[in-house]
Structure formats: structure tokens, C-alpha cells
Ligand binder design. Sequence first.
Ligand SMILES: *Cc1c(COP(=O)(O)O)cnc(C)c1O
Length: 423
Amino acid sequence: MSRDLAVFNVARAPDGALTMEGVRLIDVAREFGTPCYVYSQAALMAAFHGLDRALRTARAGRPYLICYAVKANSNLSILSLFASLGAGFDIVSGGELRRVLAAGGDARKVVFSGLGKTADEMALALEAGIKCFNVESEPELERLNGVAGRLGVRAPVSLRVNPDVDAKTHPYISTGLKNNKFGVAFERARDVYARAATMPHIDVIGVDCHIGSQLTDTAPLTEAMGKIVALADELAAAGIPLHHVCPGGGIGITYRDEAPIDLAAYASALQAALGERDVELLLEPGRVLVGNAGVLLTRVEYVKPSTAKNFTVVDAAMNDLIRPSLYQAHHEVLNAGESSAAPLDCDVVGPVCESADVLAYNRRVSAREGDILALLSAGAYGFVMASNYNSRPRAAEVLISAGVPRVVRKRESFDDLIAHERV
Ligand SMILES: *Cc1c(COP(=O)(O)O)cnc(C)c1O
């Protein structure tokens, strides 16, 4: 791995203990138990300010809004922090909207993505007064027009178009190709906009796309931006001027040794694509704001040598962090203390009864029973994807702010697990 731990917002104390914001992670594990997600508020703020500064510096004066993609990490404390920094939010469900509102977020800065919005979700969002619906199909447009009509309001709309750009990322997190379920085909977009413009309860205000996630090359992102800006020009010429343009999210982070996207260069490319056009720039970043601000702490239960392969069995599992099982994703594994154990080539696995329950493949780990390991880069698509599979209570979440760790979500109990069941 790149041994520059600063990328991961952790450091080694002189005695070998792994720290986050100066707090020893073995102490966090001792105090709050394992498995346990730990986030750094300083790292969250630095990630937000980094992107914010890049957008502002690239072109002073153009209005822009960073709509944090809530699905990456929807803990209320994180939403509340971003709201306090002036962020907007990109949501994909009524539940996420209610989280944003519960955390003190401003509905007028919310954009609503997703291809399966129900009529109830549309009504909830219209009543809250959100900024924009990112509409993904013609039937959705018709339904939204109907729901807005019944409520006596107009729905602000952007079409999510599919620019048919290859994001060159994992197929499960690639969303911008033709054969993908997301968005309106680029060739159809003009016709759909023309129809939308005639609908009595629809206000056409923007265009957006989102071509994939964990992108480490700006070329596909700027290619997609070029396409939607050209579309906006065509629409303006046809009498449908847009107020905002949004190239979505997808900015990748360093999990292993990926060179991350240069935010200043990306922001400049976006601003250059917009030139002198009088439009607002929206972004929907998720992972880049939270991914490297979090780690997952887990305790070693067993070190299990076997003839073909060695296993380090830990108390976290695929139900806590599914990314390695789902996307073959890589998370660095470090001993959170100083281990005197001999290094072992092994897979780090959880106790769940699935062969796919592997958190890290083919690693060299020095650990004994009882040691605490940290899985790095676990702040995005970690806890939010957790389940109770194998009747495992979901992990605790802890936020370190100003050097003080506090629980921001209690570990689930057995009673929580069965609370909604009846015999
Ligand atoms: C998931 C998603 C995002 C955020 O993606 P990241 O890769 O986490 O930045 C943004 N926009 C839409 C529509 C999404 O579905």
C-alpha cells in the first residue's frame, strides 16, 4: 500500500498505536466495542472544503451547490455537519429526505434522484419544497405532473440523461452506458424535454447525468459534462432555457494506490465547459466527501492456519461492510496496535456463513487473537449497506470531533433485531 497514512486520515503514534485526530483507535474499540465505524469530523470538513474551494477558485462568481449524495453515509450527525457547511443534498428516497430534514438540512437545496420514485415520495418532496427532481423516464415525468397537479403546485425538474460514456469503473458502479437502467437515452432527451415543457405542472429547470462511481480519471466525467452542456445549448435555442447543469457525482478516492482525481483540475474543466453561460453548477459527490474519513474497527477472533490458505477471522463481516463481497473492493487492513505477531499471508474473513464473506484477500497481517484491526476507507457505502444477516446486530458508529469520540449511532441490541417480529 501507499504508506502515506495521511490519505486515510490516520497516523501512527510513537508507540505504534493507530490514531485518528490524535485519538488511539484501540481505545475507541475498548470503549465502544467492535465492530465499530469511526469517522473523523476534521476529515469530513476538510473533504468538503477541498471540493468547495476548488469550485470557487476555478471561477469566481458562478453560483454552485454541492449536493452531498446522502446514500454514501446517511448518519444524522454527518448530514447535520454538511448542512452546517452550506451543503445541499442528493437523495434517492423519501427516507433520505426525512433524514435530511431531521438533521436540519434545507429542503430547498435538495435534489431527488432515482428511477423508481413512488407517488408518495413525490408528494413528500413537493410538500417539503425541494429544489429539483432528477427525472429518469417519461412515465416518471407523467406521474410527477399528475402528483403536482393534485397538490396544486409545479414540480421543478431536471432530466437525468444517459450520455453513453464509459466510466471505466466496476460494472456494478458504472451507470452511464446505454444498456444501463438509469436515465433517459441521450437521443430521446430533446423529445422528452419538449414534452416536459408542455406539461402544466412541470417546470423544466435543469439537466443532469451520473455516469458511475469511484472514477479516477476525469476524461469520462468531462466528456459527459460536454455532452450535457451541448444539450443545454440546444434546448435554450429551442426555447427551453435551463437554470442548472449537473454532471453528478462519482469522484473516486484512494483505497490502495489509486491517484485520486485532481479536484482543482476537475473543477476547472467543469467551469470551462460552462464558459460564460449563465447557469448554476450542481455536483452530487458522495464517496469523495466521506470515504476516507472513516474506518471500521474489528477484533481478531481467531488466527486459523490451514494447508491451502490462512485465515484471520474477525468479528466484522460482510453484513457490516459488503463492498469487498459485492464489488471486489479493496480496503487496507492495519493492526490498530503494535503487534509482535509474525506476519501471516492470509484472507481476513468474517464469521458469516458465506464463502463471499471476505473483507480482504491475500494480505500480510500481523495479528493475534484479541488484536484490533482497522479497515481503512470505510466511511462511504459502509454502514449504510449493513444488514442483519446471520442475526448480527448492526455495528456502532462513532464520530470523533475536536479529538473527542462520541457515539452517533448505538450498536443494535438483540431486542432491536426482533422488535418488529411476532410469533
Ligand atoms: C450514488 C450517486 C451519486 C454519488 O456517487 P459517488 O460515487 O458516491 O460520488 C451521485 N448521484 C447519483 C444520481 C447517484 O446515484
